[in-house]
Design a protein around this ligand. Structure first.
Ligand code: FAD
Ligand code: NAD
Length: 154
């Protein structure tokens, strides 16, 4: 099957947009991701999917921790920055919870220890055990058909 058809179909699943962050030897690394899912309530587990080509893969393996910051509609520039699509910032503003960097003023941030990880095809799925959560007010950034948008209640 053609890659284009697969991406086209997957792109019809509207998602939010997150920034995955981690820290190794004092250096923070961030990456835009929409492959994020809630997995379990008891215990509280989430999953992310990281391409084997992404530099983030080794950083998370080294640190054993990561955060998922869910972006607001006004944070599209941050998404583009951490996808390498646009160099918007000379320095990005981070906060920390439980010692793990998160994106400042994200709609929600979830900090995790790596519970386990599995290579699946050309990605690795990381299961994160939730350590801490931070919430702020705002509206979500959406991603659909390869384009950014904002969420509207019907
Ligand atoms: P790099 O390409 O090196 O880093 C990404 C960018 O972040 C660079 O511009 C870098 O300068 C900047 N950056 C990193 N750390 C910092 C810092 N501390 N301060 C300032 N800037 C910093 N890929 C996946 O594997 N899984 C997904 O679920 C996924 N979802 C995506 C969803 C969307 C909407 C988009 C647009 C892309 C998605 N990608 C996903 C692709 C992924 O975001 C890119 O391939 C990304 O460039 C891979 O990052 P990297 O870890 O290789 O690091
Ligand atoms: P796109 O049209 O390429 O993506 C549409 C959908 O296809 C995505 O939401 C995702 O579900 C799926 N997809 C795209 N690339 C994938 C990949 N390599 N592995 C697994 N699923 C993938 O959107 P775009 O705006 O052209 O994306 C910008 C860049 O970000 C592209 O290089 C794309 O490959 C990458 N991206 C990667 C993932 C991922 O899970 N690895 C997800 C989204 C975007």
């Amino acid at each position: 099957m053609d890659n284009y058809i697969f991406r086209n179909a997957m792109g019809r699943f509207a998602t939010g947009v997150t920034i995955i962050t981690t820290q190794v030897e004092g250096e923070i690394h961030g990456m835009t991701a929409n492959a994020f899912m809630s997995v379990s309530l008891d215990p509280k587990l989430i999953t992310i999917s990281i391409d084997h080509k992404a530099r983030m893969l080794d950083f998370i393996k080294q640190s054993g921790q990561f955060a998922v910051s869910i972006l607001k509609d006004e944070q599209q520039d941050i998404s583009m920055h951490f996808a390498g699509q646009k160099e918007s910032f000379s320095s990005v503003q981070f906060d920390k919870i439980s010692g793990v960097p998160i994106i400042k003023d994200a709609l929600a941030a979830v900090v995790c220890d790596v519970e386990e990880y599995n290579e699946v095809g050309d990605h690795t799925l990381f299961i994160g055990r939730v350590l801490d959560i931070e919430l702020t007010d705002g509206n979500p950034l959406a991603f659909y058909g390869g384009q950014y948008g904002s969420y509207q209640m019907v």
